[in-house]
Design a protein around this ligand. Structure first.
Ligand code: NAD
Length: 285
């Protein structure tokens, strides 16, 4: 039997429609729309193209977007920190994004942690991570939130079920595990030192693959009827592939996300969702 596809493009379109309506209502009630500010240091093509796609998604739902593209050679970490200090103090800026990569002389964590937690729409600073850990409200990272949205879109109850997260990075693995715990799932986190990964994965009702190795998770590891969310994005011979071997996994799973067209498109909308959350917090709505 072939799995049902959890279509990220479709879910992203539905979420964008809902966000557009919410932003329109907010604009009518407080005469203002969310405004976000994105920082790129240098001219890395992937970073600039990501910023362009942020702008398109933001403007598509009614969020104002501004970009500051610093010159990598003539910009210091203090220049970036000074800008963040200004943006933190402006009432009309509701979200701040710092795009990677930063030049080697800059410390990404120091820069991210300088953003006031209410404007940290990537959900990357320590305060928001702490809130996630402590089960409190906050602004949480976009890719893990997208993985959870896709999982929920299956309509399958999650409470008490066993989720296996493969990967323990700060960007994906750890926060996704914490989000699943908040859904009352039973969560196991696997990583590069896990012994007998196929055996562990076979116990999962839900598999979240975020290890950055193309086609690594095989269909035969997956229990019949499990849900598979593939966070991986890998370039192989000019094509994008996930961390799951889709052809074999689709035969075992009940639901599965494709790559491309799964977690990626939903992640972009989660950033805008966070901008709206930040706007509401800052306006006490
Ligand atoms: P990372 O390299 O920081 O972390 C990878 C994790 O996988 C590590 O914790 C490591 O221990 C684990 N791992 C590596 N090899 C393993 C193995 N053989 N067995 C078990 N665990 C293993 O990567 P990341 O930043 O967390 O990204 C993971 C994947 O998600 C990548 O493919 C990345 O491109 C993708 N990603 C996608 C999005 C999106 O929007 N869809 C966003 C961020 C990252």
């Amino acid at each position: 039997m072939s799995a049902q596809i959890l279509d990220g493009k479709l879910l992203a379109a539905q979420l964008k429609t809902a966000l557009t309506q919410e932003i329109k209502r907010l604009r009518e009630s407080v005469q203002e729309a969310p405004r976000i500010f994105s920082i790129v240091v240098g001219n890395d093509p992937a970073s600039l193209s990501y910023a362009a796609s942020q702008q398109k998604t933001a403007q598509g739902v009614g969020i104002q977007y501004e970009l500051r593209n610093f010159n990598a050679e003539s910009t210091t970490q203090d220049d970036v920190l000074n800008l963040i200090g200004e943006l933190n103090s402006y009432d009309h800026v509701h979200g701040i994004i710092v795009n990677k990569p930063l030049p080697a002389q800059m410390n990404f964590k120091a820069i991210i942690n300088a953003i006031t937690p209410y404007k940290d729409i990537e959900g990357m600073n320590l305060m928001n991570f702490g809130r996630l850990l402590m089960g409190e409200e906050g602004i949480f990272p976009c890719t893990p939130s997208a993985a959870l949205e896709l999982l929920k879109s299956s309509g399958v109850p999650l409470k008490g079920k066993h989720a296996i997260v493969i990967g323990r990075s700060e960007i994906v693995g750890k926060p996704v595990a914490l989000l699943l715990l908040r859904e009352d799932m039973t969560v196991t986190v696997c990583h590069s030192k896990t012994i007998d990964l196929p055996f562990v994965v076979h116990d999962a009702d839900v598999v979240i693959a975020a290890l950055g190795r193309p086609g690594f998770v095989k269909g035969e590891w997956i229990r019949q009827g499990a849900i598979v969310v593939d966070v991986g994005i890998n370039q192989v011979e000019g094509k994008l592939v996930g961390d799951v071997d889709f052809a074999s996994a689709v035969q075992k799973a009940s639901h599965i996300t494709p790559v491309p067209g799964g977690v990626g498109p939903v992640t972009a909308v989660m950033l805008m969702n966070n901008a709206v959350k930040a706007f509401k917090i800052l306006n006490r709505i």
